[in-house]
Structure formats: C-alpha cells, structure tokens
Design a protein around this ligand. Structure first.
Ligand code: GLU
Length: 507
C-alpha cells in the first residue's frame, strides 16, 4: 500500500443515489481532499439481478450536482481502471482460482434444492441457517471429474473453523468474531460473476485503496474481507463504517415511506446542493454545539473523520428545509439565486430562453422579481408560483376578493377609479412616490390603508397575499399595473351589475 490517501465511493447501480450513499460519498470526498489524496468512483455492478437501468447516469448526475468530483472513475478513467466491475470479470475469476489452488477456497456443486433442504433442516432443529460446508470436504479427484463434466459450481471461501477474527474500525475500535460462527460465503457464482465480497476486496487492493469508508451495514462482511486479504497476502485498508441513517422518529432505517430519499428527488423539489451537503455533513458529525452552517470550504477545514459519532443519526426533514431556506435567504447572492431560478421559470413557460444570459433585460427583470420573494422562498421551486403574475397575466380571480371588508361595493368601485387616476400621474420607478400618493388617496377617500390597498393588490396580482404592494407595482411597471387595475374595475362593475339583478334597473 502506498502512503497516499486513496478512497473510493463504490455504489451499486440498483436505483437512485440515496442520501445515505451521498453522505458516504461526501465523507470520502472530504477525507481525500483533506489529505491531498484521491477520490475514486467505482461502480459495483456484479449483482446482475439487482441492476436498474439508468442508475449509473443518475448516480453520476447526483454526485456532480452535489459538487463531489472524482479523480478516477468510469467516465474520467485513471491508472487503475476500468472502474466498472462488470468490465473486470477476468480479474475476479483469476483470483478466485488462485484461492482454490492455495487451499483457501473450494468448488461447491450444491444445487439450490439441496441448499433449501439444508436450510429447512436447520430451521427444524432451530439452528442458525447457513451452508453446511458439504463440498468443502469433497475428494479432489471428484471435484476434477465433476468440473470436467461441466457441472455448475460456485467457489466458496474456506473460513477458518477455529480461532477469532478481529477487525479494527476507525470509529468503533476492535470488533471480534468467533470464526466458527462465520460462513463459507460464495466468492464466485456459477455464472462466472463474483459476489460483492471478492470483487470489492480485489478492487480495493488493485486500486490501491488506503481507507474504506462505507455504511455500517457492511460491518458483518468485514471479517470475511479480513480473511480474504490474509489469504491473498495483502495488507487490508483502514476500515471506517459510517453510522446508520434512521427515520425522523428513530424507529427504523430511513426509507421512502418517510419522504424523499433520492438525491435527485431533493433536487427536483427545489433543494440547493449547498444545503444538502451541509445537512449531510451533520448526519453523524458535529463541529461544536453552535455552528450548523458550513460551506464546503469550511467543511474541508473543520471536518474530522475520527470525530464521527458511530451511533445512528436521525434524518430530520424539517431541519433540512430550514437549512435550505437559510441558504436561499442569507447565503446565496441575489444573482446566484436569480440564475438558479431562471431554468425553473423557463420550464414553467414564464420567461424566454434569453433570460439565461445575465446581460439581457429578460434576466434583469427576473432578478428584480426574485429580489421581492427571496425572503419567502424555502424551496427554489416555489419561485414559480410566487412570481407567476409578474410574468404572465393574473389568473382569473373571484371579484369578491376586490371587496374590502366593511366597505360598500360602490365605494370600492369608485376607489379603483381614483387609484387609476392617481397612478397615471405617479413615478413608477419610485416606490416612495407610489406609497405617498396611495396613502394620500386613502386619506382623501376616508378609507383605512388596508381597505384601499387590498383591492389594488388583488387587481395587480390576482391574490390576497403577495410581496409588498409598492415594490410589486414598481416592478410590474406603469403599463401593466394600470391595465390590471382597469380590468379589475370592469370585473367589479360587471359583478355589481349581475348581483344587482334583483333590484329594478334604472331604465
Ligand atoms: N457496493 C457496495 C454498496 O453499494 C459498496 C460497499 C463498500 O463500500 O464496500 O454499498
């Protein structure tokens, strides 16, 4: 093994990249960067039955989105490739055979039916299930003959039957297993594909991995891996198993039942990669009792793998949402935020393609609009609904929304007329001017400001809740504001006429 730190993230492409996997990738990445080492991406796709198409692309997209770039991997190559296990099958076959020759592994011809029968018998005797090592003791000549006949066989590891195996985990210290309780697990399947154990050990060795950072669920595999390294005569990398991630109530592992678990799902929902990274770092690690907000740069400075708490961490969706809002409200610059909103607004058909270019008026308008809602955004995606009326016509609204409480409808109608007259004179680039004029008008009409402002708000936004009225008017501009006010006046007039149907008409 070299002195250089070399770590790997080794996902199996069986679905979306889960937040647990992302946390593993993050800790590997941080550890590599802190030590001037290499971060490697390796795809462990030897379990053909569990492969899910497109997963590799999804995993790569997720890691890129999070900003966790790798130095060696399937797409970028590197000196120890290929980095996809299905492209390295010969290596595993050769090494399985090497173990057989050295007496550390054996061919097993047991059929699935026999294995099932053994399991049933064990169950009947209340014994723990496991392979009964039947083929471990076959005479060599019989093995040769059956192989020559082409009988299907797997290769199993010969676990020592006595003594103990002690592994050392960076966070947990020594963990000791009694060998007699361990299994002779399969290394090479009858279809020539390796199991996870063999492929993982062979690759970690040839890829010069110095530290294995992976999920806690792999601890029970570690004694087998230890014995495999010994059988090959290789040095074992340092082991570090990262704590489980539990559901918010702590009652079980985090799963889809509790909410989004895939990184790209969070992305679609409007989470920022910065907030995700920050939150993931705190799943098992803390700097001190106060600081919770960390940029990636700060994590590089402060994160310590040895300080990770081995106890399970709970996933708290509310905390993540709070963090996302914090990043949107306090950390991102206005331009950064606006540029991230542009594609969402484009997708919704609200802004033109040229808004992607920050030198265009279309972008400048998006920027102004985003400034008005920045403080209320929790998720990026919310920008679409919150700002729709700045880009498109107001949605059809109920004319009754225009009617201020405790004010006669006719008074509101008159007030709207006066608002239009007043705003015709106003300077729309000056919020102060808009405010002075409208407050003056309220006083003149003997209305409370709320009684006058609500119908204006509804007229220009189609809603009763919106960003500040004067800034909204300023950003919408004279033409659009006056048009919408005129439309509201018509709408109210028509409504009043219709509801006055029961009273006799003037003619
Ligand atoms: N392919 C394994 C997984 O998906 C990797 C475990 C390891 O890192 O050794 O979790």
């Amino acid at each position: 093994m070299t002195d250089q730190v070399r770590v790997r993230f080794a996902p199996s492409p069986t679905g979306d990249l889960h937040v647990g996997g992302a946390r593993t990738a993050l800790f590997n990445w941080l550890f590599a960067r802190q030590h001037g080492g290499a971060f490697i991406l390796r795809i462990e796709d030897t379990d053909q039955a569990r492969l899910v198409g497109q997963s590799i692309a999804g995993i790569i997209e997720s890691l890129r989105w999070l900003g966790l770039h790798w130095d060696e991997g399937p797409d970028v190559g590197g000196p120890y490739g290929p980095y996809v296990q299905s492209q390295r099958l010969h290596l595993y076959r050769e090494h399985a055979q090497r173990l057989v020759l050295a007496g550390h592994a054996y061919y097993c011809f047991c059929t699935p039916e026999r294995l099932e029968r053994v399991r049933q018998e064990q169950r009947a005797r209340s014994e723990p299930p496991g392979y009964d090592r039947h083929c471990r003791y076959l005479p060599e000549a019989e093995v040769e003959e059956r192989l020559a006949r082409g009988e299907p066989a797997v290769i199993r590891f010969k676990m020592p039957l006595e003594g103990e195996t002690t592994i050392v985990d960076l966070l947990r210290g020594e963990i000791t297993y009694e060998n007699r309780l361990l299994q002779d697990l399969v290394l090479l399947k009858s279809d020539g594909f390796p199991t996870y154990h063999l492929a993982n050990v062979v690759d970690d060795h040839y890829m010069r991995i110095s530290h294995i950072l992976r999920a806690e669920e792999w601890i029970p595999s570690a004694p087998l891996h230890y014995q495999l390294y010994r059988a090959f005569g290789w040095e074992m990398p340092v082991l570090c198993h990262l704590p489980l991630i539990l559901s918010p109530d702590g009652k079980g592992k985090l799963s889809k039942r509790h909410g989004a678990t895939g990184v790209l799902e969070f992305k679609r929902q409007g989470y920022l990669p910065e907030a995700m990274i920050n939150y993931l770092a705190l799943l098992g690690w803390a700097y001190d009792a106060e600081q919770e907000i960390f940029s990636l740069e700060e994590l590089l400075e402060k994160f310590r793998l040895e300080e990770v708490n081995p106890h399970p961490a709970r996933f708290n969706f509310e905390k993540l949402l709070w963090m996302n809002q914090y990043y949107i409200n306090h950390i991102l610059s206005l331009d950064d935020l606006a540029q991230r909103c542009v594609p969402l607004l484009q997708e919704a058909g609200l802004v033109p393609p040229e808004a992607s270019d920050p030198s265009t008026p279309a972008y400048a308008y998006v920027r102004e609009v985003v400034a008005l809602v920045k403080d209320r955004l929790k998720l990026l995606t919310e920008v679409v609904d919150l700002t729709r009326f700045f880009f498109a016509e107001v949605e059809d609204y109920d004319p009754e929304l225009l009617l201020a409480r405790k004010v006669e409808p006719a008074v509101v109608l008159h007030a709207l007329e006066r608002v239009i007259e007043t705003l015709r004179e106003a300077d729309f680039s000056d919020e102060g001017d808009l405010e002075r004029r409208l407050r003056g008008l309220a006083e003149e009409l003997g209305l409370k400001t709320g009684q006058l402002f609500m119908p204006i708000r509804v007229a220009v936004t189609g809603r009763t809740v919106s960003p500040g009225l004067f800034e909204t008017l300023r950003v919408l501009g004279r033409e659009r504001s006056l048009e919408r006010l005129a439309a509201a006046r018509e709408k109210l007039a028509a409504y009043l006429q219709a509801t006055a149907g029961s009273t006799p008409s003037r003619e």
